[in-house]
Structure formats: structure tokens, C-alpha cells
Write a protein that binds this ligand. Structure first.
Ligand SMILES: Cc1cc2nc3c(=O)[nH]c(=O)nc-3n(C[C@H](O)[C@H](O)[C@H](O)COP(=O)(O)OP(=O)(O)OC[C@H]3O[C@@H](n4cnc5c(N)ncnc54)[C@H](O)[C@@H]3O)c2cc1C
Length: 417
């Protein structure tokens, strides 16, 4: 490992210069918001944003990439466009490998990066609950590369066999959105099953919305196995605890999320899902100067013993609060607690239908779908203002209509992804 990272070498000889260096790990929903908030008000010091990619990925739209309804570039927002290009900002494309919290250094594949303030915003990882074979044989939608793997596999099956069987593990929002989108864009080419351990799909949702979603899945001829946990995943089948063996050409794991393991590996205090424990101000317990936001953080919910759920809307709010708190600490002011607001949920069930739960309103059908689209636009506007909205509108108007996976038997796997 080299002594100092490319792009940060100018600070190598000075212990003083990085006294005000803030290092943010992860350019996702939380990390981008931390960086935007700090850069908006920062006139001296240095902010380093480290991510393995140049892009902020819109994870909530990965199901569309996987189903072939969206191009991969449609869910990538260039990080440099989201952040004000101030001289205080250094963007480092590197893989974070570990943290040395005693020495206050981040170890990356491009060298070590010392910090004064650190923000952990490295997101989550699939939670396999110890199910044998799940990690080896199931695909996921966690990041763009994994969504593209699903897309390629579907295309390859369409080209070679004209379709196949898909088993989606998890009947939460991700599993339900993915199943509906694949069904719609493959026009019945695939037999799709959802396996849900809980007695209903969308167990955390309003009952009326969950039952509407169930009826939409039935219209799409998607089989839902409810109340049956998965026992094992194999290369070509999924075994249920009930004893049933479901043949599967593609198994997709949408069964839960745990934290990126880096915080736990660094010895920071974590919960059972590897989420680092933070106080109401989002500072890691017992580690002043280290903050965390998003899926990597166990943020106290305030109402009960539990943590806030891992969602994009909360990651954004947490990121914003971390940004504000670091600015406060730099001014010798007390950091303030997060007052999280859960605005609601919205999910698409194919191209025209959806469900949404906003405040006391429950919307289904077309209205639910429109609400889902509005939630995305709201996010884009918050992340990049009108400029980003215009870019996205331009891209979607100029994008050629999507080929249905089932209608492109001649396309070789992965040719366009
Ligand atoms: C398929 C799917 C659908 C979802 N749908 C919804 C939805 O509809 N609504 C909703 O509110 N939430 C949804 N979520 C949850 C939401 O996406 C997450 O809560 C949100 O992404 C968390 O933001 P984050 O900033 O913590 O992590 P992320 O957005 O995942 O960002 C983490 C960043 O860290 C980088 N990174 C990770 N490890 C390393 C490393 N070792 N080195 C360098 N960089 C690294 C990644 O490149 C990434 O840019 C969904 C999640 C999934 C997986």
C-alpha cells in the first residue's frame, strides 16, 4: 500500500493541512447530501469524497435496469455534476478497504487518507440470513453491476431458450416492483415466483395497498408463496422450508439489507446487522469526529428501541443532518439531533399501475404510479436542481423505445448493457 493517495499527495508532508480535512466515504444518497451541504458553506479546509465509482447510482430504479426497461446510464448521475466544483473538494475514485480509527486513516486501494472528521456513508449489502447457497447462486439489485447481471441473464435466457423460470426471494417493495416490471417487459416469457417468509407481501405497508399489489401480481400471473421461508438456494432451484423445491433459471435475492461490513471490521460499535451505532446527532458512539448516515448507520428511531429503516429518503435526511452537524462542530457549536420525517412510500407495479402511501392518503392504480414518478422527480430535483431534471428529461425523450427482452431473441446476452 502506498503512503498517500494520488490527488492528496500535496498534503503528505504537512500534518497541519489535514487538520480540517473531512473525508466522506460513499457517494450515494447519504454521502452526496453530506458533501453538498458542507461545500455550500465551506470556504476553507478540505473535503474528500471517496467512492469506487464516478457516479451516484439511483438504486431505487435498479429494478427497471434489471427488467430491461431502463438503460444502465439512465440510473447513473455523474458525481461531479452533483457537487459544486470548489477548490476545497477532492474526489477520489478508490475502493475503501479498511479504517484505522486510532490513527484516523482510511485505507484504500490507492493509498491511505488521513482525516480529521470522517463520514461513513458506504451503504448496505444484501442480508442472506445465513441461507445456504444464497450468496453463491442468487443475484441481487444492490448496485448497478448486479442489476446489469440480472438483465444479461434474462436476455441470455430469452435468446437461448425463449424464456425460463425466475424466483424472487423477498416480497417487500423491491421484490414486488421487480416481479411486476419483468413480467410487463417480457410479456409472459418468464414464469415468475415470489417467495415471501412473512404471511403477506409488503407486510410493513397498509393492508389495502398490500392487497391491491397482490391482485396486480395475480393479474401478471406471478405466483406468490407466502409464509414460507427459503431453506437453501442451489444453482438451478430454490428449496423452501416447507420442503418444496422450486426450479429456477434465475434466482434474485431481494430479501433484506445489512450494513456494509467496513464499520464492523474497524471495531466500531455495531448492531446485529452490522450497522454502526450513532447517537441522535449521528455521531458514532464513543468516537467523536466520526459520523454515519444511510444504510450503514443504526440511527435511533426516537419512538422505540429500534432503528430508522434503511430507505433512500431517510439516507438523504441523515446526510443533510451530518453535513449541518460537521459545519456546527467546525464552528465550535453543539451538533443537533436529527428530526426524521417519513414522508411515505410509493412503488410501481409495472408501467401504469402503482401504490402510494403519503400521509393519510392511500393511492392505487394510475394515481399510485404517478406518485411513484413524482417521488423520483422530487429526489432528482433535491439532488441536482432544475439542471439535473432537464438533463433527465432530455435523456428520457431522446432515448429510443426499450426493446422487450422477449422480443429480442437475436440479441446476445449483455450486448447493450
Ligand atoms: C433494489 C433496491 C430498491 C430500493 N428501493 C427503494 C425505494 O423505492 N425507496 C426508498 O426509499 N429506498 C429504497 N431502497 C433503499 C435505498 O436504496 C437505500 O436506503 C439507499 O441507497 C441508502 O443510501 P446510502 O447512501 O446509505 O447507500 P448507497 O446509496 O448504496 O451508497 C453507497 C455508496 O458507497 C459506495 N461504496 C460502497 N462500498 C464502497 C467501498 N468499499 N469503497 C468505495 N465506495 C464504496 C457505493 O459505490 C455507493 O456509491 C432500495 C434499495 C434497493 C437495493
Amino acid at each position: 500500500m502506498s503512503g498517500m493517495s494520488y490527488g492528496l499527495r500535496r498534503h503528505a508532508t504537512s500534518g497541519v493541512l489535514h487538520v480540517r480535512r473531512i473525508v466522506i466515504l460513499g457517494g450515494g444518497y447519504a454521502g452526496v447530501r453530506v458533501a453538498q451541504e458542507i461545500l455550500r458553506h465551506m470556504d476553507d479546509g478540505e473535503l474528500v469524497l471517496i467512492d469506487r465509482g464516478h457516479y451516484h447510482e439511483i438504486v431505487t430504479e435498479m429494478y427497471r435496469v434489471a427488467a430491461g426497461a431502463e438503460e444502465p446510464k439512465g440510473v447513473q448521475l455523474p458525481l461531479r455534476r452533483l457537487l459544486p466544483q470548489k477548490p476545497q473538494l477532492t474526489m477520489l475514485q478508490a475502493e475503501v478497504q479498511s479504517l484505522d480509527v486510532r490513527e484516523r486513516e482510511v485505507h484504500t486501494d490507492r493509498g491511505r487518507v488521513p482525516y480529521r472528521y470522517l463520514v461513513l456513508a458506504l451503504g448496505g449489502a444484501p442480508e442472506y440470513y445465513g441461507v445456504q447457497g444464497a450468496k453463491e447462486y442468487a443475484l441481487t439489485l444492490q448496485y448497478l453491476d448486479s442489476a446489469v447481471r440480472v438483465r444479461r441473464r434474462l436476455r441470455s435466457l430469452t435468446a437461448s431458450k425463449g424464456g425460463g423460470r425466475i424466483v424472487i426471494v423477498g416480497g417487500g417493495l423491491t421484490g414486488v416492483e421487480l416481479a411486476s416490471e419483468i413480467s410487463e417487459h417480457t410479456q409472459g416469457t418468464f414464469d415468475i415466483a415470489i417467495v415471501q417468509a412473512a404471511p403477506t407481501i409488503l407486510p410493513e405497508e397498509d393492508k389495502r395497498l398490500a392487497s391491491y399489489a397482490q391482485s396486480e401480481l395475480e393479474k401478471h400471473h406471478i405466483t406468490v408463496y407466502r409464509g414460507v421461508p427459503v431453506a437453501e438456494v442451489h444453482a438451478h432451484s430454490v428449496k423452501l422450508k416447507s420442503g418444496a423445491d422450486l426450479p429456477s433459471d434465475v434466482t434474485i435475492w431481494a430479501g433484506g439489507v445489512r450494513a456494509n461490513p467496513i464499520a464492523k471490521e474497524a471495531g466500531l460499535p455495531c448492531d446485529q446487522r452490522g450497522r454502526v451505532l450513532v447517537d441522535a446527532q449521528l455521531e458514532v458512539e464513543g468516537h467523536p469526529g466520526i459520523f454515519a448516515a444511510g444504510d450503514i448507520a443504526h440511527v435511533p428511531s426516537g419512538h422505540s428501541q429500534g432503528a430508522l429503516p434503511p430507505t433512500a429518503q431517510l439516507a438523504v435526511q441523515e446526510g443533510l443532518q451530518v453535513g449541518r452537524n460537521i459545519l456546527r462542530v467546525l464552528k465550535d457549536e453543539e451538533p443537533q439531533p436529527l428530526h426524521a420525517r417519513i414522508l411515505g412510500t410509493a412503488a410501481a407495479l409495472g408501467d401504469r399501475h402503482g401504490i402510494a402511501h403519503i400521509g393519510r392518503f392511500r393511492l392505487t392504480g394510475r394515481a399510485g404510479h404517478v406518485m411513484h414518478e413524482l417521488a423520483l422527480l422530487r429526489y432528482l430535483y433535491g439532488a441536482g436542481g432544475l439542471g439535473l431534471l432537464r438533463r433527465e428529461a432530455y435523456l428520457s425523450w431522446t432515448r429510443p423505445p426499450q426493446e422487450h427482452v422477449a422480443q429480442s431473441p437475436s440479441s446476445k446476452a449483455g450486448t447493450s448493457a
